[in-house]
Ligand binder design. Structure first.
Ligand code: F0G
Length: 457
C-alpha cells in the first residue's frame, strides 16, 4: 500500500479554541454590526479571516528571536536579513518596514504622483488604496479568464499582455511603474507564470518602465510554477524564486504571509538612487534604515522564515491543505474560484446566495451566514471591499463577489477543514431560503470594509 501524504511538521505548542452556540453568535454578530472584523477572536471558532500574520512560527524562528540584536543602527539582525534577501531574491538594497502597506506607503511616496496610472493584475486593496490616496489610478489588466470562477486555468493571476500594452501606449508618461502581485490575491490566490512575468518585463523594457512585484505570496507562486509550468518540475523553489525576481526592478513585501512571521515587511530594489530616495520616507514613516519599524528579533525571525517558506516540503503541505478544502467543496457541488488558490478558497457568493442582490452585499451576507452556522470567520472580497469610485462616489461592483476562506500557515488541521466544508454545505443546502442581505449604516471614506457598520436589509 502506498504511504499516504502527510504534513511536514508536528505541533510543539497549542492554543485552545472554543465552540459557541448559535444564540451566542446571533448576539455577537449583531453587536459587531455584521462586520466580521468587529468580532472578538474568542467569538470565532475557526478563523479564516486572513493568512496574514496568523501563521505558526517554527522552533527555528523562535530560537532566532532570542538572538535578535536591538541596536538602533547597524544591528546584526539587519545584516542577516539583508544577506538573506540578497541571496534569495537577488536585490542589493532593502528597507525594513513594519508590514506590507508600510512598504507601499514608502515606495509610492517616492514614485506615485497625482494623475498617474499604475497598471497591474488586480491590485490588493491597500495597494489600490495607496494609489488612489495619491489621486492616481490603479488599472487592472488581469486576464479575462480570471473572472469566470468555473473556468480552470493554471495561471489565472496572469496579466493580459494586450491590455497592458494598450495601457502603456495610452497613458505612456503617466505610468510610473507596472505592479505585479504574486500570487494574485484578489483574483483568488492565483499564480502568475514565469512566461507571463517575462512578457511583462519585455513590455516594460520596450516602454522604459519599472516593474515592481507585490510579493506577499511569492513562494506559493513559485510552487505553482514548479507544479504547473513546463520546464520547471525539476527546479528547486529557491531557483524558481530567483528566476521570478530577475524580472523585477523592485519589490514590496508583506512578510506576514510567505515569510511566516506575525509582523514585518520590506522594500527591496536594484537601484541605489531609488533606495536613497525611499530611505527619506522610510526614516520619516517607519524608522531608521537598519530597522524601519521592526525589532531586531523580528528581523531574525523573518530571515529564518524566508528560508523556510521557500522549502518545497513546507509549501507542498500548505498548498495541499488548501486543495483539500477545495476538494471537499467539490464533493458538495459548492462553487468557488477554480482551481483552488495558494492561500485560500474563494467561494463564489453570487452562485450560492443567488437571491441576494449585489446592492445588499451578497458576499458579506454569505460571510455572516457561515459565521452563524459554525463560528467560522472568512472575509468578503466583493462590492464592500471594492469601495466607492473616488470621483463619482458610486458603489463599485467588481466582476467577482466572493467570500475568502484564507488558511493560516501551519495552524489548522484537515479536520478543521472538514468542519469548514460541512458548515458551508449546510448554508448551501438552505440557500434558497436566504433572502435578506445587508445595508450600510456607517462607512469610512476609503477602505470602508474594515470599519463598516451594517444592519439587515
Ligand atoms: N499585498 C498583498 C497582495 C496583500 O495580500 C496584502 C495584505 C498586502 C499587500 C498588504 O500587506 O497587510 O502586511 O500591510 N493582505 C492581507 C490579506 C491583509 O488578508 O490578504 P500588510
Amino acid at each position: 500500500m502506498e504511504i499516504p501524504f502527510s504534513e511536514s511538521y508536528k505541533a510543539k505548542m497549542v492554543e485552545p479554541i472554543r465552540r459557541s452556540t448559535r444564540e451566542e453568535r446571533e448576539a455577537w454578530i449583531k453587536e459587531a454590526k455584521y462586520n466580521l472584523f468587529n468580532l472578538r477572536s474568542e467569538q470565532v471558532f475557526i478563523d479564516l479571516l486572513t493568512d496574514s500574520g496568523t501563521g505558526a512560527m517554527s522552533d527555528r524562528q523562535w530560537s532566532a528571536m532570542m538572538l535578535g540584536d536591538e541596536s538602533y543602527a547597524g544591528a546584526s539582525s539587519y545584516f542577516k536579513l539583508k544577506e538573506t534577501i540578497y541571496s534569495l531574491l537577488g536585490f542589493e538594497h532593502f528597507l525594513p518596514t513594519h508590514q506590507g502597506r508600510a512598504a507601499e506607503n514608502v515606495l509610492f511616496s517616492t514614485l506615485v504622483k497625482e494623475g498617474n496610472v499604475v497598471p497591474g493584475n488586480s491590485h490588493f486593496d491597500t495597494t489600490k488604496g495607496h494609489i488612489e490616496f495619491r489621486k492616481a489610478t490603479a488599472l487592472d489588466c488581469t486576464i479575462d479568464e480570471a473572472f469566470d470562477t468555473q473556468h480552470e486555468h493554471p495561471f489565472k493571476g496572469n496579466v493580459d499582455p494586450i491590455k497592458l500594452e494598450n495601457a502603456l501606449k495610452q497613458y505612456s508618461d503617466r505610468i510610473p511603474f507596472i505592479i505585479i502581485t504574486i500570487t494574485n490575491n484578489t483574483a483568488g490566490g492565483q499564480p502568475v507564470s514565469l512566461q507571463n512575468l517575462r512578457e511583462v518585463r519585455q513590455l516594460a523594457n520596450k516602454y522604459g518602465k519599472m516593474v515592481v512585484f507585490d510579493s506577499a505570496r511569492f513562494a506559493e507562486n513559485a510552487y505553482f510554477i514548479k507544479m504547473r509550468e513546463k520546464g520547471y518540475a525539476d527546479k528547486s523553489i529557491k531557483a524558481i524564486v530567483k528566476e521570478m525576481f530577475a524580472n523585477a526592478d523592485a519589490m514590496t513585501m508583506s512578510a506576514k504571509k510567505d515569510a511566516i512571521v506575525n509582523m514585518g515587511g520590506f522594500i527591496a530594489m536594484r537601484s541605489k538612487e531609488l533606495f536613497q530616495q525611499a530611505s527619506v520616507y522610510n526614516i520619516m514613516f517607519e524608522g531608521f534604515v537598519t530597522y524601519g519599524g521592526m525589532s531586531g528579533r523580528d528581523m531574525n525571525a523573518l530571515a529564518a522564515g524566508l528560508d523556510e517558506g521557500t522549502e518545497f516540503d513546507y509549501l507542498d503541505t500548505r498548498i495541499k491543505q488548501v486543495a483539500y478544502l477545495g476538494n471537499r467543496l467539490d464533493e458538495f457541488g459548492i462553487p468557488y474560484q477554480k482551481p483552488s488558490g495558494g492561500h485560500a478558497i474563494f467561494v463564489d457568493a453570487t452562485k450560492v446566495l443567488h437571491r441576494i442582490p449585489r446592492e445588499e452585499f451578497t458576499a458579506q451576507t454569505l460571510g455572516v451566514e457561515l459565521y452563524l452556522e459554525a463560528g467560522i470567520r472568512g472575509v468578503e472580497i466583493g462590492a464592500m471591499m471594492a469601495d466607492r469610485d473616488p470621483i463619482t462616489r458610486e458603489n463599485r461592483y467588481p466582476k467577482l463577489e466572493m467570500v475568502r476562506l484564507a488558511i493560516p500557515r501551519r495552524v489548522y488541521s484537515n479536520n478543521h477543514m472538514d468542519v469548514v466544508a460541512v458548515a458551508l454545505k449546510n448554508v448551501w443546502d438552505r440557500r434558497d431560503t436566504i433572502t435578506r442581505g445587508l445595508k450600510i449604516t456607517y462607512e469610512a471614506p476609503i477602505m470602508r470594509h474594515f470599519t463598516v457598520e451594517m444592519e439587515r436589509a
